[in-house]
Every structure is written in C-alpha cells, then in structure tokens.
Design a protein around this ligand. Structure first.
Ligand SMILES: [Fe+2]
Length: 407
C-alpha cells in the first residue's frame, strides 16, 4: 500500500530498544517486499517470530490443471461446485477453478468455523467476497469483511478467516503483488483524481489483533517447489498474533465494490476504465451498475473483441448481464474467453440493448496475459454447450446446443 499507517505500541526510532512494562525487549520484525527495496512494515512481537518447533508437509487439495485444448470459450457454473448446505474451510477447502503460472482462481463456500492459520508465501491474495461476512484476523489486526469486498492480503501475511455467516469466497491468488494500477497513482503513490476510487475507500486494520497465550500454533504455508504449488505446516512456539504495535506501508486492506465509481462515456468505454487492481501478467476489473452510453446511435453492449494478448475471465456476481443474455450465463457463472478467439455479445443482445440508459449488472473480471488452464473445480462444473451459443448450432449440427454436462 502506498500510504503509511501505525497501530499500537511502537518506539520513536526504528531499530532501537523497545521494552514492555517489565523491561523485557520486544522482538522487531521487518516485513518488506522486493528485498529491502519496496513497501515494508515494522512489527513488534512479544515472542520470537522465527521460533519454529516443527515443520511437516501440508497436502494441498488438487492443484492440477488441464489445458484449454481444443481451444474454446468456457462457461463454469460455480454455484454448483458446492451442493446446498455443503461448506468447507476458507483456506484448505478452496477448489481450483482456473490457473496458470501467474495467478490461480479458486472458490469455496465456508460455514462459520474459523479457518486454519495460513499464509501464502507465493504471492498476494485478492479474495472477492461474493456473499457473507465475518473477520479476517491478521498479524496487523482484524479486517471486517462483507459482501462485495475485495480482501487484499500481502504475500506472507499470517491470517485466518473467521466467518460469522456462510461466505462465498472467490480467491485470486497471485504469484506476484496485487496493487492499484500504476496509471492511477501519482509519482509518489497517491491515488489520482481520475482514478475510480481513492484512499478513503481502502480499509486497513484499525486495531491490533487480540491473541491468547496459546503455544505450539500451526500455520499452513503455501509456497513453491520448482514450478509446483505445495504446502508446509509450520508449528510455532508462540502465537503469531502477539504483535503489540506496527507501522509502515505494507498491510492488508479491504475495498468494497460499491465504492468503485464507474467511468462512463458517450460511446462504449473499454474494459481498462473498469480496472481495480493489477498483478504481474494479469489485471482485475469490475463491471458495475452504471449509466450507459448516451450518443444517439450508441450500441451499449460491447463490440466483438479479440483479446490478442489475454484470456478473459468474467465472474457474474449481481444483476442481469446484458451482453450474455441467451447464453445460459447466470449469477455465479464464470465465462472464460481465451486469447486467439473473438468474442462479444450473444447476437440477440445487441438489438435488445439499443436505447438502454442503465445496466444493472455486476461482474468481476480477471484478464491474464498467459493462457489459463482449467482446475479440477472448473472441469467439474463446465457447461459444455456454451461455446456454441453464438452460432446456436453445436457439433451435433442440428440447431441446438450440444450436451449440457451438468444440467
Ligand atoms: Fe470480453
């Protein structure tokens, strides 16, 4: 994060003696990105933050991916991934939907049990809360979350999810950092006037995380061995949430989709105006309820577009998505429109959109600059007829779409 925050008990000068009321020294930890060359924070612990007492393999759920080959558009119905009433741990229960070497997208429906303590040592996580609510407890302090929040958690931040109701979480896990697009920022990192949100909309911790005197605490760590995503269960002598104060520019925060102010135009505005965040080789955008194009001959739904350099993943989270009418896409659907293939509205949606003044639609988009592959969760809920819905004629050749695998 670009701007500075401080919480709790910190000494006036960094890297100097800092003691509790009994005179015992606190243990200072610098958590910093890109070596010592980017954003960082200093945290003061009651216990030694590196006091490891055990390390064991944590077997991750299935992380294998299947190439999008033969190439086609895909429709994945996420709301059928967990049957009614089925819930799972917010961390260990995630099911991989799509992924490549830059980013992995997974989905989970939680109950109300707290997740395991966890940190992702591969990259930042941006978890979109499709519905639900609760708290993410972190070493920087608690973050309250609600429907429509992006919860942005920097790489290596120890945390756990504590839902107070069943929560649908769409986890975007990067192999890099996730931040506002550089073009939204001043040379010193302030969000500029043309950005569709500002610092007031980003909510970091406002109090410290309470931690008991628990010892021998297990933390699940996601990391890499070669190119493979693996896990380790690390056991610590003291509780990782024993922080008495911290300050700096690196910390988790939430941003609610309702605080994004859509930019609209006389004619159709391209997806970059809807961008929220960027990571290495991918971007996150959101399409939200908004007034639409006001030229007298405007066509409010998008033109057909060939994303020469990217795969486009739309997650439909609210309203009624105009451009996808007639395709089987509904709330909870994902569409994957791969690079190397032009896509656009279902033909009937173009005429139907003429004269529209307002679109009531919400979708979260991830565009990746390397091809995505399908995870086991994605394959399990694919609607195999989607690719043929523009032609209204599938490989069976007789006018109707091909077989629906999950209907
Ligand atoms: Fe598109």
């Amino acid at each position: 994060m670009a701007y500075y925050r401080a919480l709790g008990d910190i000494p006036p000068k960094r890297h100097t003696q800092h003691r509790d009321a009994e005179g015992k020294l606190y243990y200072e930890e610098l958590m910093g990105e890109e070596g010592f060359s980017s954003d960082s924070s200093l945290l003061y612990h009651r216990g030694v933050p590196s006091a490891l007492v055990d390390s064991q393999i944590w077997e991750l759920p299935d992380q294998t991916t299947t190439p999008n080959h033969p190439l086609k558009a895909r429709h994945l119905r996420l709301h059928t991934l967990f049957v009614a009433g089925e819930t799972a741990d917010a961390v260990t229960g995630r099911r991989l939907v799509l992924g490549n070497s830059d980013v992995r997208i997974s989905y989970v429906v939680t109950g109300e049990d707290p997740s395991a303590y966890y940190r992702n040592a591969i990259g930042d996580e941006c978890v979109y809360v499709e519905s639900g609510g609760g708290v993410v407890e972190t070493i920087f302090g608690p973050l309250h979350y609600r429907s429509g929040d992006y919860v942005v958690i920097p790489r290596a931040t120890t945390h756990r999810w504590v839902p107070n109701q069943s929560s649908r979480l769409y986890a975007i896990e990067a192999n890099s950092h996730i931040a506002p697009p550089k073009r939204y920022l001043s040379r010193y990192g302030q969000l500029l006037e043309h950005a569709p949100y500002c610092e007031r909309d980003l909510h970091g911790p406002t109090q410290l995380q309470e931690a008991g005197d628990e010892t021998d605490v297990d933390v699940l760590v996601k990391h890499r061995v070669g190119g493979k995503v693996v896990g380790t269960r690390m056991r610590y002598a003291t509780h990782p949430f024993d922080v008495v104060g911290w300050d700096g520019c690196l910390y988790p925060y939430t941003f609610n989709i309702d605080d994004f102010m859509p930019i609209t135009g006389k004619i159709h505005q391209p997806p970059p105006v809807h961008q929220v965040f960027e990571g290495h080789n991918f971007v996150v955008c959101n399409f939200l309820p908004r007034k639409v194009d006001y030229h007298e001959l405007s066509v409010p739904v998008p033109y057909y577009h060939s994303n020469v350099d990217s795969d486009e993943v739309m997650f439909y989270v609210g309203g009624d998505y105009e451009a996808r009418k007639g395709s089987g896409i509904n709330l909870g659907s994902i569409s994957l429109h791969p690079g190397g293939y032009a896509h656009g509205p279902q033909p009937s949606a173009i005429e139907a959109s003429l004269g529209a003044e307002f679109f009531d639609e919400s979708a979260v988009m991830v565009d990746t600059f390397a091809p995505l592959e399908l995870g086991e969760g994605g394959l399990a809920v694919e609607d195999e007829a989607y690719a043929w819905t523009w032609a209204n004629r599938g490989p069976d050749g007789n006018g109707g779409p091909a077989v629906f695998s999950n209907s």
